[in-house]
Structure formats: structure tokens, C-alpha cells
Ligand binder design. Sequence first.
Ligand SMILES: O=C(O)CCC(=O)C(=O)O
Ligand SMILES: [Fe+2]
Length: 266
Amino acid sequence: MAQSDLMAGLLKHGFVIIDLNQPAIISEIQHLVKKNLDLQKFSDRTLDFDTYAMTVKSAVDEIAKSELVKKLLETKKELITSLCGPDVDYQGYPHLRISRPDAKTDTSGWHRDTFYGNSPYEVNWWFPVFDLPQGSGLRFLPGSHRMPAKNVRPAVVPEDVAQQRKVERGSVANQIGFLYAPQTEDLIVEMKPDEDTLLAPKVGQAIVFFASTLHAGATGTNTNSPRVSIDIRVRNCYAPTNTKPGFYVPLFRGLVSECANQFLGI
Ligand SMILES: O=C(O)CCC(=O)C(=O)O
Ligand SMILES: [Fe+2]
């Protein structure tokens, strides 16, 4: 896709699918995931939520250490800097999501990342590690990145999900990307069934979207395979964020920042 079409799609819908063109890096990520996780265990329902979270975290630790996601983003410098400017930070500790089929606990419901400490200046990257099971991916409300969030309020978590999934602030589950205080808003409550769209990128592609775009995880149906995906965020290093200190680490610095940092000794 030409860069101009990509930008036009992002502007209009708030999301776009891009080709990563990095099969070697993706295959290294696949290898790391397989080495650290027995995916078979995620096909049945034997894992309780806490064991599940600990197991996933051990794999995320390895992926973070490998800096493979950083390597991937470095190959997209032109796109990222045209979106965010020359000075870019990225989320150093990625989210690896292993969403078991039909498990209501494993995906997030409808949200904007701006509900949870991210600002509308942040840009998300979401990509499958393995082929997505039928029906799985990420759902979006097109255009929602330009519709203000009204009446943001705590969401009611269904009793069965709340029973199985207890997420405390700072807990292992929270560290791997689960939300501890789900929120909702008018647009979500008023959404009609045919208004949203399911994106299911191929391995080797990624969805790029804004922290302000409404989205929700979708696991497959009629499958035994988990949905395995990674998501991370980038932002201009001077853009606002309410994420924890250390959440963002440097990716690119432009000439002015490079010199200023040397001058300031930082
Ligand atoms: O993959 C999911 O289920 C949710 C992903 C998400 O919310 C995100 O990437 O911001
Ligand atoms: Fe999200």
C-alpha cells in the first residue's frame, strides 16, 4: 500500500493494516514463543487464570529481552517518524496475548486505550504471531478516533468473568496487559451490531491504530487454537502520557533532541 493511502485510511478510520515485510524477525518471535510456551496447554481449559498469567509473563520477559519488537519497529522508521515526528519512544515491555478460544477472560472488551493512561497522541501496533484462528482478531469502531468519549464510567464486568479473572493494579495479569478497572462510555453502549468491523491481519502484517480508536479483542469460534498476538505502542517522546514511568523507552531521536540531550547531559 502506498504511504498516502495508508495515511488516508488511518485518518479516516483510525486504523490501517500494514505489511511488515520482515519474515525473519517474525519467525524469530514465533520461535521464542514456542520455546517458552507450550501452546497446547492453552487449547484446553486446565490453566487457572493466575497460572495462565504467570506462564505468559515468562514468555514476555524473553521477548522483551530479545528486543525483536524494537528491531521490527526500527525497520518502520520512515512511517513511525512521519506519524510521530523525529523523537519517538516505544513500549519496551510488549504485551503478548494468548487468548484461548471462547475464553471470556482472555480478551478485553470494548475500550479506547485513552481510558487507561494512554493519550490520543499514542499509536498502537497489534500483530498476530501465528495464523489467526477463524473469527479472531481485533474489532474496531471506524471513525471513533475522532468522536469524543462521552460519560466514561466503570464498566460492569459479567459475574462469570469477574469470578475467574481478578486483576489487581500492578499484578502479573495487569503487567501482561489486563485491565484492572474496565471502563465504558456512551458510544460503546449505543453501538449497533453492524457498526463495527473485525480486522484479521495475516502473519507478517500489523494493525496500526490510535489510542483513541474504540477496539475490542475477538477470540475464535469453532477452534481449539488460541489467538496469539503482540501489541505495543509508540509516541513522540514529548507527547503526553499517563503510563507508568519506564513504560516508554527511547526508539528514535532526531538531530535537535540528540544535540539538546548532549548539551543538557541527559
Ligand atoms: O488483543 C486484544 O484482545 C486487545 C488488544 C488491545 O486492546 C490493544 O492492543 O490495545
Ligand atoms: Fe487496547
